[in-house]
Design a protein around this ligand. Structure first.
Ligand SMILES: NC(=O)NCCC[C@H](N)C(=O)O
Length: 411
């Protein structure tokens, strides 16, 4: 039986969820890409090739790769899941009852893989039968889309994140990503892979307005030994973190949450764009944003079902204590100030660790990759000239479902 458990950032990676994008990227244009959180349009064929190369590299390392689109199609075989998801994504309130109801009926009859494509890639007015439009006198065609594409499903890291024995299905901060959460809720509720499993759902699976209590997986680093490192970023708020921390403590899955305050801007939208864990005592950091002595907060259980906020202490001290190591090594982004700013923007810090000291990253980040190499970190490179335009690297594009803890990992 599959065991979904993520015990660390650096233990052997065993199962990971990726999303191979196609339709959503075909629909990215200069007029909509910024709103959809991409900095440019992509050469789709090359982006798909790059993604295939990434997935193949992981498979070659004996890592089990699950694809979100396939999981969603399998989930949609279940009528209850299909009805729930169609109501969530195409509600009467979104489209008006006259159109919404016949549209949902038409979609419900489609083959599951086609429906999965529309629910991730978006649905246009041109794709639906004309008879459906006749039911309504005025058609709301200001945009080509009935539902907009979700190109950021590519970054599976963010929408749901596994922390020890459970998962948080994240309420996303930006409107362009909020419908992703419904797709993930359906997968975790109805896909057979998650049915027989005992796993905890920490946060985000309720049908409510989460308001400011947003949280994204790129801000969550499961550094091990019951500690979670979380970035307070453009996307993850203290409100969201308080809910997650309370749940982690309640389920006895963590006993410490360390908080890193980040500037609220796009270049460092999540903690993992400026900091990742490479080996037991080694992190990559972008020094413009992360410094060893920066004061960080800590949350622990208060013994009464709530959380206790501690006074700030230097990041390095908190990490050394949490990881039980005498000295943390920080590998800073490579090159001069111009090169390092460019390489950070192109996700040099955002690498995916496969096992202690072995990471995957984009080949274009020459200066930083050289530094990893010199520091004894093995970097397996992939091309990412197209994928990187979405502003995410190998860590962002992967959601680990099964990874070893720090047991047996030595400094
Ligand atoms: N963990 C990450 O940093 N994910 C990258 C997300 C990029 C995406 N275009 C976004 O703006 O949400």
């Amino acid at each position: 039986m599959e065991r979904h458990y993520v015990g660390s950032e650096i233990g052997q990676l065993r199962t990971v969820m990726l999303h191979r994008p196609l339709l959503s990227l075909q629909r990215l244009t200069p007029s909509n890409c910024q709103e959809l959180l991409f900095d440019d349009v992509l050469c789709v064929e090359r982006a798909v090739e790059e993604h295939n190369q990434f997935a193949q590299l992981l498979r070659d390392q004996n890592i089990n790769v699950l694809l979100l689109g396939e999981l969603l199609a399998e989930t949609l075989q279940n009528t209850e899941a299909r009805d729930w998801l169609l109501s969530a994504q195409l509600s009467d309130y979104r489209l008006g009852p006259t159109l919404a109801s016949p549209l949902r009926e038409w979609l419900a009859d489609l083959p599951a893989d086609q429906l999965s494509r529309y629910l991730t890639g978006g649905l246009t007015w041109q794709e639906i039968p004309e008879t459906l439009l006749k039911s309504r006198t005025i058609s709301p065609m200001q945009s080509p889309f009935i539902t907009r594409p979700l190109p950021n499903h590519l970054f599976t890291r963010d929408t749901s994140c596994w922390i020890y024995q459970g998962v948080s299905i994240n309420p996303m901060a930006k409107p362009a990503r909020q419908r992703e959460t419904d797709n993930l809720r359906a997968i975790y509720r109805w896909h057979p892979l998650f049915q027989d499993n005992q796993y905890i759902n920490y946060y985000g699976n309720e049908e409510r307005r989460y308001d400011h209590a947003t949280l994204e997986g790129g801000d969550v680093l499961v550094i091990g030994h019951g500690t979670v490192l979380i970035g307070l970023s453009e996307r993850t708020t203290i409100q969201g973190v308080e809910f997650l921390a309370t749940s982690l403590f309640h389920h006895q899955q963590a006993n410490k949450v360390i908080l890193v305050e980040l500037p609220k801007h796009r270049a460092c939208m999540h903690l993992d764009t400026v900091m990742t864990h490479l080996d037991i005592d080694t992190f990559s950091i972008y020094p413009e944003i992360i410094q060893a002595d920066m004061p960080c907060w800590m949350l622990t259980p208060d013994g009464k079902g709530g959380i206790k906020h501690h006074s700030p202490r230097p990041l390095v001290a908190l990490l050394e204590e949490a990881l039980a190591v005498t000295e943390i090594r920080f590998i800073t982004t490579g090159g001069d100030i111009f090169e390092s700013e460019r390489e950070q923007w192109n996700d040099a810090n955002n690498v995916l660790t496969l096992r202690p000291g072995v990471v995957v990253g984009y080949d274009r980040n020459l200066r930083t990759n050289e530094k990893y190499d010199k520091a004894g970190i093995k970097i397996l490179t992939i091309r990412g000239d197209e994928l990187g335009r979405g502003r995410g690297g190998a860590r962002c594009m992967s959601c680990p479902l099964e990874r070893d803890d720090l047991e047996g990992v030595r400094s």
